[in-house]
Design a protein around this ligand. Structure first.
Ligand code: AMP
Length: 281
């Protein structure tokens, strides 16, 4: 595995791979890798001739009161996992290099960034879309692999690449879960034993919603009420939002008439948890 810390060297390699007509898959991450990340990388290895993974804890997508400083990191373990998966290139830029002063440009998507996570984290998506644009320009991949775990992020990035004619295909991969259903996340490491047990509240509420949809319920208010009852069983969990959004338009819906994302967020202590499922009427 070749490791690049230099932006220009990584970009040179990306352009070279493109000129050689390699099919390059790219998996951006913030590190502290788990099976969820690895599933995206395995998918990329299956479909592409070259795979690039980046590890970059992007400061601009954290607000000042969030966990940038305490975000979990273990570079040695991450590198070992990536070597084991036979990843071709690892890109490890520093924040100083990515945001070389004076840094004056940003990329922002409107509308679909203003619901769900965007309400709770108003500056988050601008940080994400700006850094992903930069990473795509540096790496020049054919396919970008993103997780359904962060469905709103994936939909926003897909829209951005289309709006800005960035020549990359976005592939959204399934959410990997622990045995009890909890969506894998780097932040799960910070859950206490009790919080870890309560953290399944999110997937339990989502599964409740799914079973209601499967029995023909369409009214999102009714479904939301039942989801909240499920969440109430877990006093350790402080719910943030429940969003029903059309999968493509990513705008709130009152009735489930098309493919609908049900997204949920909450806190276990200071740990922010998110999860979602996609349902069909
Ligand atoms: P992160 O390191 O949290 O920024 O995540 C990097 C990529 O991995 C994003 O595209 C995430 O959506 C994806 N990802 C995170 N958790 C999971 C999971 N449990 N299953 C599948 N993909 C995931």
């Amino acid at each position: 595995m070749k490791i690049f810390t230099s932006i220009s060297e990584m970009q040179k390699q990306g352009l070279f791979l493109k000129a050689m007509r390699e099919k390059t898959g790219f998996v951006p991450t913030m590190g502290f890798l788990h099976e969820g990340h690895l599933s995206l990388i395995k998918q990329a290895k299956k479909e592409c001739s070259s795979v690039v993974v980046s590890i970059f804890v992007n400061p601009t997508q954290f607000s000042p009161d969030e966990d940038l400083e305490s975000y979990p990191r273990n570079m040695q373990k991450d590198k070992k996992m990536l070597r084991y998966l036979d990843v071709d290139y690892l890109f490890l830029p520093s924040a100083e290099k990515i945001y070389k002063e004076p840094f004056l440009t940003s990329v922002s998507v409107t509308g679909i960034t203003e619901v769900g996570e965007g309400v709770s984290r108003p500056t988050h998506f601008k940080g994400v879309t700006t850094v992903v644009t930069k990473l795509l320009n540096i790496i020049q991949p054919n396919i970008l692999y993103l997780g359904q775990k962060d469905i709103q992020q994936a939909v926003i990035i897909d829209k951005m690449t289309k709006d800005l004619n960035i020549p990359v295909k976005v592939e959204i991969c399934d959410t990997l879960r622990e045995k009890d259903g909890l969506a894998m996340s780097s932040r799960n490491v910070y859950l206490t034993e009790d919080q870890r047990k309560s953290a399944t509240a999110l997937i339990r509420a989502l599964r409740k919603a799914e079973s209601l949809v499967n029995t023909g319920k369409k009214d999102t208010k009714i479904i939301e009420r039942e989801m909240k009852k499920e969440l109430d069983k877990y006093p350790d969990i402080r719910p943030d939002y429940i969003l029903f959004a059309d999968k493509y338009a990513f705008q709130p819906v009152k009735k489930i008439t098309n493919e609908t994302v049900i997204a949920i967020a909450g806190f276990a202590g200071k740990v922010r948890l998110i999860d979602n499922i996609i349902v069909k009427p």
